[in-house]
Write a protein that binds this ligand. Structure first.
Ligand code: ATP
Ligand code: GCO
Length: 228
């Protein structure tokens, strides 16, 4: 159950850092200096980050969600350097240092999609869906910086929850992907379960893809209804 403090108020971003102090909303210099909209009136935009260890179904879920919401999509795997992919393909887990630039580039790509240059003559989308394992709290915090810098951005992690055995089976059956089942143990070793973080929507994915999609759709719809 949400408390009044959890509800988004008047277009201002709710604080997504559960462990940092609340920033004073800054003037957004993307707004025209003589702009008629005050910072508080900027439309909210959502970043939906489908998260979880390898094999949890991030790509499967995120693609369906982006189609359903009609939003642009960023596939986290596409942002890894060839060196990172080669490392994972050779069964070597990524280090924090390997993941740092990847997380920053993914976050910046999401922010850029939400703020197309005026010259594009395209309206800014109301959100973006991305897949990103974001296994540790500090990795999720790298993404949360987007909302810290842009108070109109709302961050939502959709955490796909399943145990190691289930993911091992799924990845074993999947062909043609650099990430093999020998990496699942290390993914769980790195995982800091995000379920209790304020901006996390946890979904049990130990069920069929159709049921997972239904659960995710329902969870996202409920979250969006809080903004009405
Ligand atoms: N609910 C499900 N039930 C059974 N199999 C599933 C389910 N969801 C996804 N899969 C299958 O499990 C495998 C992993 O799914 P997917 O590639 O979407 O996961 P991922 O989290 O994006 O993985 P990675 O992080 O390694 O890229 C795929 O073969 C996919 O078809
Ligand atoms: O943080 C990581 O170790 C990586 O991001 C992996 O999770 C992969 O990108 C993905 O899951 C590969 O299949």
């Amino acid at each position: 159950m949400l408390s009044a403090n959890d509800k988004p108020a008047n277009g201002l971003s709710p604080l997504v850092f559960s462990h940092l102090s609340k920033p004073t909303p800054k003037t957004d210099y993307r707004m025209p200096l003589n702009g008629r909209l005050s910072v508080e009136m900027q439309p909210l935009q959502h970043i939906w980050i489908v998260t979880g260890p390898a094999g949890s179904g991030k790509t499967t879920v995120a693609q369906k969600l982006q189609a359903e919401l009609g939003l642009p999509y960023l596939e986290g795997d596409d942002f890894h350097t060839p060196a990172n992919k080669e490392k994972m393909g050779n069964g070597i887990p990524l280090s924090d240092a390997d993941r740092w630039d990847w997380l920053i580039s993914l976050r910046d790509a999401a922010v850029n999609i939400l703020s197309p240059p005026d010259s594009d003559n395209t309206p800014a989308p109301s959100g973006v869906v991305m897949s990103c394992s974001a296994l540790k709290l500090k990795y999720r915090d790298v993404i949360r910086i987007a909302a810290y810098d842009h108070p109109s951005i709302q961050i939502h992690f959709i955490y796909l929850k399943a145990d190691e055995k289930v993911l091992m089976e799924r990845v074993n059956e999947r062909g043609g992907h650099y990430m093999k089942s020998n990496m699942i143990r290390s993914q769980f070793e790195a995982l800091e379960d995000p379920t209790d973080e304020k901006d996390v929507l946890a979904v049990d994915v130990t069920t069929s893809p159709e049921e997972v999609h239904r659960r995710v759709s329902e969870t996202v719809a409920k979250k969006l209804a809080e903004y009405n």
